[in-house]
Design a protein around this ligand. Structure first.
Ligand code: DAH
Length: 336
């Protein structure tokens, strides 16, 4: 038994000394210490030796394990270092490196961040909603009748199951009132979708920023004050803001908001829609909620919706809306 142990040990050490790669070492390790390796075999023999000889052979076996394992480890680290050296040997640290490009926020994101910071200061908190919506939230709850052109398949992307890609972010108003008691003061933003012909001023997907304020005794004066404050913060205090009477199904009265400011060019720029929430919207929400928290006798409110693409284009002198989606680095890197 003793000579067997010594033979295994001697052979292993010899092989380790001769090994030229880490994988060769791994093979030796398996041959000696693997499940059916020589070490396991010797262990089995140990159980068959006479009882009085076992302590001696046991110790010899322990020695074998320690010596061979240490030798394996030592050789392994030696080969590892030589391997590193082989790679580093060719490396010229004086050569210029590969420069990494710095990313930057998209101009749309820059505008959104700026606008959101202002809305936060005005006490608005962030509300969200998905791009795929029910017809009810996109149209019915917003007092948009069945024969309204926006509901036509020619104008809106419908899914097989009857849901659709929201045509405006006003859906977020409905979602908010469904789950939150008044008073609410929220903004929501995201993509909206319409079946438009893509050209220099139209895309089928664009972005909106929407605001909603519902409380007791909210008046048109509150709406105008909030809008004027918001746009003057955004464009500078000398910006002129004009409210042009308009029609939206979900607000009454409704206005389109035009702005004239040096940062967005010369003339009046049509930027947003707004108005006082139509009582029919409050009624729809009340029916859905099953309570009277939003009863038009109790609350009133205003809402506004801003298109972000057109504003981004005006602020940055961009002539073609498609540039905003093409991800051309030559275009985007101008906004760092
Ligand atoms: N949803 C309108 C649109 O996409 C914009 C809008 C108008 C939103 C008036 C509002 C609003 O919240 O009160 O054209």
């Amino acid at each position: 038994m003793k000579s067997q142990i010594k033979r295994v040990q001697g052979k292993a050490l010899e092989e380790i000394a001769a090994a030229e790669s880490v994988s060769a070492l791994n093979e030796i390790r398996t041959r000696v210490f693997g499940r059916s390796g020589s070490f396991a075999l010797l262990n089995r023999l140990l159980k068959e030796t006479p009882e009085e000889e076992r302590p001696l052979f046991g110790r010899l076996l322990g020695d074998l394990r320690r010596i061979v394992t240490t030798s394996l480890k030592r050789k392994e680290s030696l080969l590892g270092k030589e391997g590193d050296q082989a790679v580093i040997g060719d490396l010229d640290l004086t050569l210029p490196g590969t420069a990494s490009e710095y990313g930057a926020a998209h101009p749309l994101t820059c505008l959104l961040n700026h606008a959101v910071a202002i809305l936060h200061r005005m006490g608005f908190s962030c509300a969200t909603g998905p791009d795929i919506e029910t017809e009810w939230r996109c149209f019915d709850a917003l007092n948009t009748p069945n024969d309204h052109p926006a509901r036509n398949e020619k104008n809106t992307f419908y899914l097989q199951d009857g849901r659709l890609l929201r045509t405006h972010t006003s859906t977020i108003q409905i979602r908010t009132m469904e789950r939150q008691l008044p008073p609410v003061r929220v903004f929501g933003s995201g993509a909206a979708y319409r079946r438009d012909e893509v050209n220099a001023t139209h895309l089928i997907q664009f972005h909106q920023l929407e605001g909603l304020y519902v409380s007791k005794d909210v008046t048109l004066a509150d709406l105008k004050g909030a809008i004027v404050f918001f746009f003057r913060e955004l464009f500078g205090q000398e910006a002129e803001i004009r409210f042009r009477p308009h029609f939206f199904p979900f607000t009454v009265p409704s206005y389109e908001i035009d702005v004239r400011a040096t940062v967005v060019g010369d003339g009046w720029l049509e930027l947003a829609g707004c108005g006082m929430i139509d009582p029919a919207v409050f009624e729809a929400v009340s029916t859905k909620r099953g309570d009277r928290a939003y009863s038009p006798e109790k609350v009133s409110g205003f809402a506004f919706g801003i298109g972000l693409e057109r504003l981004t284009m005006a602020l940055n002198g961009i002539a073609d809306i498609r540039l905003l989606t093409e991800n051309d680095i030559r275009f985007l890197s101008q906004f760092r």
